[in-house]
Design a protein around this ligand. Sequence first.
Ligand code: ZN
Length: 84
Amino acid sequence: MKEIDGKQVLVCDDCKKPIKPTYDADRGFVSPESDKVKLSEVMGFPAVEAVATVVCRSCYLDAFKRFYPGKKVPYLAPEIEERV
Ligand SMILES: [Zn+2]
């Protein structure tokens, strides 16, 4: 999450651009490369938390190709273009 023009905007963890909602995912995609962990504390005890890497549609497709080389990429609905 990042604040842009006073609004909380979900940004892609890969390209750092705001994530555009798509017709079947309005909160971005969890990258298959999500393997980050974050050190945190739970009630005063150290803990390790898995952190999902949330990416936009095009970064998801790139990550999928890197993670599953040679596999057919999944169909993802197109991004919803902003209409102002
Ligand atoms: Zn991206």
